[in-house]
Design a protein around this ligand. Structure first.
Ligand code: KG4
Ligand code: ZN
Length: 340
């Protein structure tokens, strides 16, 4: 262990996963995630239940992260936490815990923007991923957000396009609900789509100007389509599930790709990195890789463990801020609409 080593404990609690990670410089020593199963029964995240589950999970998750990393809390140099955006009750748990622990250990506290963390997850040193060169285009696609961001430097980012209604993950989850699939439906649709015909059914693509996205029209179109078909044949969904999923996935990936191509053309930037839960999607990953040959892109696709919400991505932002001594005052409060 070098005396220059920096150990960061990171805490993520913005939505329905409680996570803690320990980083040694840019490397992840542990990344523990407690998923909250309780929401499955409701078909979506129930904020009040999420914050209560965070309260139960946070202490054991932090203990486990330290134990797996084999690091004593006295060795920590700083605590990084998600300040926002996210669910207020959930953010409050992580924020309060991080503040108290930093105060107790008398070490710096570092606030992290969750969306910035999905982007900077690419800077985690891990042989499964490559670090993008500046400037690059980042597309963050998750259950709560859909953004295209120009990244000029670690902390010099500009949002050039975003959804005007549902996020892409929401489009997956709501489509899944219509099909009777459990929450979160994104990974299930992705799996079923790989066994179906993407051209079996046609769904309309939204007409949104510029680089913004819209997904609520697609959800409505799927709802009306399914209602019409099941009226004629009550077994329509089970007889065509793979084809329906493949067609939905095909439409969503096309919408995303069209905007990315436009953004790349408009900015002249060909280095593209994706982040957020939906970047685990197999068709999106493939489309990006294919873009390397088709459009001359350099595509950066994160390791699976760093796509859905996790504290390792909070930790890398914590480390980068630590190097700049960009610390947070202990009077800081959670911010559900935190912008960067
Ligand atoms: O980033 P994340 O864990 O949480 C938010 O910040 O929202 O993203 C969760 C979202 C959910 O909507 C989930 O359905 C979606 O990511 N997701 C996927 C896949 N894996 C997770 N969507 C499509 N295909 C996947 N393979
Ligand atoms: Zn997220």
């Amino acid at each position: 262990m070098s005396t220059k080593d920096v150990y960061i404990l990171a805490i993520e609690s913005s939505c329905d996963d409680t996570s803690a990670a320990v980083l040694q410089n840019g490397k992840v020593l542990s990344n523990v995630i407690a998923n909250q199963k309780i929401h499955e029964a409701y078909g979506g995240v129930v904020p009040e239940l999420a914050s209560r589950a965070h309260q139960q999970n946070i202490v054991p998750v932090v203990h486990q992260a330290l134990a797996v990393a084999n690091i004593d809390k006295k060795q920590l140099n700083a605590i990084a936490f998600t300040r926002g955006p996210g669910l207020m009750g959930s953010l409050l748990v992580g924020t309060s815990f991080a503040k108290s622990l930093a105060l107790g250990l008398n070490i710096p506290l570092i606030e992290v923007n969750h969306m910035q963390a999905h982007i900077l997850a690419h800077f985690i040193e891990d042989e499964a991923q490559t670090i993008p060169k500046f400037p690059f285009l980042a597309m963050t696609i998750s259950g709560g957000h859909t953004q295209i961001v120009v990244v000029k430097d670690h902390f010099d980012m500009e949002v050039i396009g975003e959804t005007i209604d549902d996020a892409v993950g929401e489009a997956y989850d709501k489509s899944g609900k219509i099909l009777g699939l459990p929450y979160p439906a994104g990974p299930i649709i992705d799996k079923l789509a790989n066994e179906g015909n993407p051209k079996a059914f046609q769904f309309p693509k939204p007409k949104v100007e510029g680089l913004n996205f819209s997904f609520s029209g697609l959800k409505t179109a799927i709802l009306y389509f399914i209602q019409k078909q099941t009226n004629a044949n009550p077994n329509f969904i089970e007889e065509n599930l793979q084809d329906i999923c493949a067609s939905i996935q095909h439409t969503i990936v096309n919408i995303i790709l069209d905007k990315l191509k436009k953004a790349s053309k408009q900015t002249g930037i060909k280095t593209i990195a994706i982040g957020g839960g939906v970047s685990a999607n197999s068709a999106i990953r493939k489309a990006l890789k294919d873009g390397e040959k088709k459009y001359g892109w350099t595509a950066h696709i994160p390791k699976f463990a760093y796509t859905t919400d996790n504290a390792a991505m909070i930790g890398i932002v914590g480390y980068l801020k630590y190097l700049k001594e960009d610390f947070t005052n202990e009077a800081v409060t959670a911010n559900s609409r935190f912008k960067f």
